[in-house]
Design a protein around this ligand. Structure first.
Ligand SMILES: [Zn+2]
Length: 695
């Protein structure tokens, strides 16, 4: 529901014949041409020139030409004159905005039928929506040597350099850094394809990993879950644990799901029970038998013996395939030679050691014990491992779902009705009438086929698209809630494109930032319907504890994910069975360190169950970082009390580094301090004698 389709110009290249793509030794040619050009332009140019030649030589392949061609290229394209260099920079910003804009336009047009609620999808539409016209632009730009011109004249920076100096960089310096980064990698298509196929296989495996809950039996042969309930691992299983804090036999159900999750992580789950409604399974004894109950359209299998063979480490074999595909990319990423480095240094721009320290700061905070005590008191029992998913802090809704649906449906019968209301919604959030109108004219609302998403435009003159789901009777509350979130995205996308001084700085530092800004909008959805009284003190405090507890949970899962990737790099030839054992050891270790003291049960392996670990390549830390960022941004906006002007101010900072952005936005770099401080305040409010509990 929070999908932001970002146009990424794929860094891919048609595979050359082996010899064509081999690196070439240009050390001698570089020295010669450096001496020659320094003689021509002066000693003052040496440092820039040396760096530029090195940048070009590191990505030059035999197919680009021999040492003579390299030297001739450098003589022709090195720009010593600063006015000419400014002109080149401006020209590049202009044309790249056009390239991105046109590519984006093609993608949007090709995907229209699949993205919008517009009737039948033809087989043709799936081909159209999978097409990426930019797949070969990187190849083209190296072939025409445009990439080399950029690399010869603009500095590639390391994360360390950006962190050390970025705080005092001018906007132009940041824009130059972003320009060079765009051309800093040259990964052949074969390596990119290997990663896509490996992650697609993992995605396919996870997408079919369902557990038929009615077929789970306890030791007395009872079925605890209703007929027809099919839950995908781990999302639905986890959400069912959350749902089971209400209703009958909740505790027994939660314990049963934990057993299922442990079987998945340890791969002792019988292979036959996965996505199979024709067998019954006792996850404790691991007994499997042909089911006597039919609750799906699936034909019952013939009455043969049921195999209880375990799943046999397929989960870990698929993760190893993803790892091995990334090893191919490693060879072409000299400055970020591991997936770990690419995720942290390139995508997040927060060093791994720092992210680990931030996660550990949450995990080892005394607030964990405090919040655990509140949960234990509310539940009236000692905590168990699955209580890492406790969600009972949410206040009970003030309005019934049906009442909200009917209010929203009356207000927004069509996408056009929501579109027409955008200026009023934005003024409700504190934007001036003029700014509200400015944004509204740059956003177009479309009826979505799926839940909804936002697509920003990369080129000025184009509009951001807010896609929202309209049911036949009009928008429902769930759709509205998502639409307000997506409105936050499109407002950010509008300011961070139209009102940023350099095209290369359009956007935000990373995905966690755009989500944090969208959540600010989403949190005000009821106010914008005119429905809330000011939130009660204890209600807001409980919401904060909920946020803290979910950050605590995902922080440990993130550490497991990170440790696994290190283990794979340390053991590149490991077998799936060895990776399984390593996962169990890592999950236990992190559990024993940060969770067993408050939730009991040493050696629990639940932290290994996240499906993201298998298919999303080290994505999990983003959730925890996102919570920290969102709290920082919300705390800053809460101070001024008006979202509009602050929102516009921070969205206009653009895609500078995360710390530079956060420092300019809130006065402090990215970190967990705001989250921890807000949690402490929330606990104090709840302890105050006058605080009334809403639940
Ligand atoms: Zn989102």
């Amino acid at each position: 529901m929070t999908m932001a389709l970002l146009l990424v110009l794929a860094v891919s290249q048609v595979a050359h014949a082996q010899g064509e793509s081999a690196p070439i030794d240009l050390a001698a040619a570089s020295s010669t041409v450096e001496a020659e050009l320094v003689a021509q332009y002066g000693e003052g140019q040496r440092a820039r020139l040396h760096r530029g030649l090195h940048q070009v030589a590191s990505l030059w392949r035999t197919g680009d030409g021999d040492a003579e061609v390299f030297a001739a290229f450098a003589r022709e394209h090195f720009i010593a004159d600063s006015a000419q260099r400014d002109a080149a920079f401006n020209r590049l910003e202009t044309v790249l905005e056009q390239v991105d804009g046109h590519m984006h336009e093609i993608v949007m047009s090709f995907r229209e039928q699949t993205d919008l609620d517009r009737g039948d999808i033809l087989p043709l539409d799936r081909v159209l929506s999978a097409y990426d016209p930019s797949a070969h632009t990187s190849d083209d730009f190296f072939r025409t040597k445009l990439s080399f011109i950029v690399l010869l004249n603009f500095p590639l920076t390391t994360l360390d350099e950006r962190l050390a100096a970025g705080g005092s960089w001018s906007r132009r310096q940041w824009a130059e850094a972003r320009l060079a980064q765009r051309f800093g990698q040259r990964v052949p298509a074969a390596a990119d394809d290997a990663v896509s196929s490996a992650t697609a296989a993992a995605d396919q495996y996870i997408s079919e990993y369902n557990i038929w809950m009615h077929h789970l039996l306890d030791d007395r042969g009872r079925r605890l879950f209703p007929s027809g309930m099919r839950l995908i691992s781990h999302w639905n299983l986890r959400d069912e644990i959350k749902a089971d804090y209400q209703g009958t036999a909740g505790l027994a159900k939660q314990r049963m799901i934990v057993k299922v999750m442990e079987r998945i992580v340890s791969q002792t789950i019988p292979a036959i029970v996965i996505d199979n409604p024709t067998v019954d399974w006792n996850p404790w004894s691991n007994d499997v038998r042909r089911s006597t109950v039919k609750d799906s359209d699936r034909p019952g299998a013939a009455d043969t013996n049921v195999s209880v063979a375990r799943e046999a480490d397929r989960r870990y074999a698929l993760l190893l395939d993803v790892f091995r595909a990334e090893r191919m990319v490693d060879q072409y990423s000299p400055s970020e030679p591991t997936l770990i480095a690419r995720r942290f240094d390139l995508d997040r721009e927060l060093p791994e050691a720092r992210v680990r320290a931030m996660l550990e700061q949450i995990l080892s905070s005394p607030r964990v014990t405090d919040v655990a005590a509140v949960i234990s008191a509310r539940l009236g029992r000692r905590l168990e491992p699955f209580d890492i998913w406790y969600n009972g802090f949410r206040a009970s809704p003030r309005y019934s779902a049906a009442a909200l649906d009917s209010i929203v449906a009356r207000k927004y019968p069509t996408a056009a009705a929501f579109q027409a209301d955008i200026p009023r919604l934005l003024q409700g959030l504190g934007f001036s009438a003029e700014r509200a109108q400015y944004v509204a004219s740059r956003v177009v609302v479309d009826p979505a086929r799926g839940a909804g998403h936002a697509v920003g435009a990369p080129r000025r003159g184009d509009r951001a698209h807010l896609r929202t789901r309209i049911e036949p009777g009009g928008m429902n509350y769930k759709g509205y809630n998502i639409a307000v979130h997506e409105l936050g995205h499109t407002v950010e996308q509008t300011f961070s494109l139209y009102d940023v001084d350099h095209q290369q700085l359009a956007g935000v530092p990373n995905n966690a930032f755009t989500e944090a800004l969208a959540f600010v909008f989403q949190g005000h959805d009821l106010d914008l319907l005119g429905l809330t009284a000011p939130p009660s003190d204890s209600g807001a405090a409980l919401t904060m504890l909920d946020k803290f507890w979910s950050t605590y949970e995902i922080a440990g899962v993130s550490l497991v994910d990170m440790a696994l990737w290190h283990w794979m790099y340390d053991h590149p030839d490991a077998s799936p069975a060895a990776l399984r054992e390593a996962t169990l050891a890592i999950a236990r270790d992190i559990w024993n360190r940060y969770y067993a003291p408050v939730l009991g049960q040493r050696d629990e392996i639940l932290l290994g169950v996240y499906s993201h670990i298998i298919e999303y390549e080290l994505y999990l830390p983003d959730y925890a970082i996102g919570q920290m960022i969102a709290t920082q941004v919300e705390a800053m906006m809460a101070k001024s009390g008006r979202i509009g002007p602050d929102f516009e101010r921070v969205a206009r900072l653009g895609r500078i580094g995360p710390d530079a952005w956060m420092t300019q936005a809130t006065g402090a770099p990215v970190g967990p301090e705001a989250l921890l401080a807000a949690t402490e305040r929330a606990l104090a409010r709840l302890r105050a004698p006058h605080a009334s509990h809403t639940q």
